[in-house]
Ligand binder design. Sequence first.
Ligand SMILES: *Cc1c(COP(=O)(O)O)cnc(C)c1O
Length: 498
Amino acid sequence: MLYTSTRGKTEKVCSAHAITRGLADDGGLFVPQKLTTLTLSEIIAMSDMPYAERAAKILSLFLTDYTMDELQQCTHAVYCGDKFQDNTAPLKQVNDKTGVLELWHGPTSAFKDVALQLLPHLLLKALEKTGEQHNIVILVATSGDTGKAALEGFAGVKGTRVIVFYPDEGVSEIQKRQMITQVGDNVSVIAVKGNFDDAQSGVKEILADRELVEKLEEKGFSFSSANSINWGRLIPQVVYYFSAYADAVKAGCINPGDEINFSVPTGNFGDILAGYYAKCMGLPVHKLICASNTNNVLSVFLNTGKYDRRRDFYKTISPSMDILISSNLERLLYQITDEDAAKVAAWMKELRDEGFYDVGSKLLGKIQKAFFGTWVDEFETKETICKVFRDKNYLLDPHTAVAWRACEKYRLVSSDERYCVVLSTASPFKFYGSVLEAIKPELYRQEMDPFEALELLAGLSSTTIPQQLRELKEAPVRHKLKIEKQAMKDSVAKTLKI
Ligand SMILES: *Cc1c(COP(=O)(O)O)cnc(C)c1O
């Protein structure tokens, strides 16, 4: 299978190339030329496979330049080892028609681990295949979850360096501790005096700096990306849609062949796009419910066909969805226009230059066949956490609560009572503050010690604090560097000693 750019101006490349590069040279995203489909019996057969085998099966359909043996080595190393302990994507039945797909049993307690644990393994094999001798430098600007997941994925992986920039005042106390205590001699974590946009703009400037990039290449380094623009991050996410379906059949919640819905808490549109690929590959999916928080640019788009980033940015209690430019939408547009790269490139130019584009009613109709978009405000999010805990004794984190509520809203307006899988993207302990405030406002205080709050939440819900969060209390701080935002480029040069 070969890959091409959504903007159509580059050569077709193999998957190893797409993964090492991250972004296509014309600024577009890599997409597969043609999707392979699976039969229903192939899907049902996954019911009896461990997760690592399900993953190898799906990956083999996309990464045709890897051998099955190589893929199995990668998936077994990640999903069977001590990182997930065969507990990668369990489907919990919360009521008769709703299952919650828990994707946060990895080392950082958020769903990004599912892909970011695997990406380094795929990347190392890709480097062998493309014969690239360079050390790969992964630069990350993070608002919290991606940084830690990239650090955990790449720590100790030879031939790679990771440099994470986080906004000094812009991440939670737990997220900060997760990052500054990171072990590994190929990782650097740097606080930037500024907000997330400052850190993100700084990274983009560095990547676009020809002089620096050339100097790095001379010294044997090249940049890649750990964001969901990298194809190697998207593919591992396709797996758990199939996995959830196979498990729902196995548990007797649905009959083989029944169509189901998925509700996905969405930011950069990566996770839900993976679900769309699964649908195109033959998974019986009726609707993909795109759940936004108050930053509802995507739900407005899915209802009007107009994407407009000229709007206010809100800081919400589901911060990993606080995004105004959803990069992966570009891949959907490419697929749904029957691969009209010229059109996609024109819309992306309009978005960059004017902050706006409109896909028109005909295409919108086509998009709405597969997607339903809605959004959930802060009050509804907390109310949902409280209600599901009270009624079902099940604790949702704020991101998952947005998806749960979006599913309820969809059922109300559509009368579609099909079985729905709600994707759960973070452990409630990772966002303990909002969760405590929702279920026990009288006990929660904002200035509470984080570890005291974790204990309180564990007691109230009779669940256990994930070990990796509990251990942070004693973990020594290893990264203390704090810089001005103008100094990011220099700090990369210093870190890499060039
Ligand atoms: C990243 C993230 C999301 C959003 O996923 P996208 O692929 O960006 O749409 C949702 N929830 C959590 C907890 C996340 O970390």
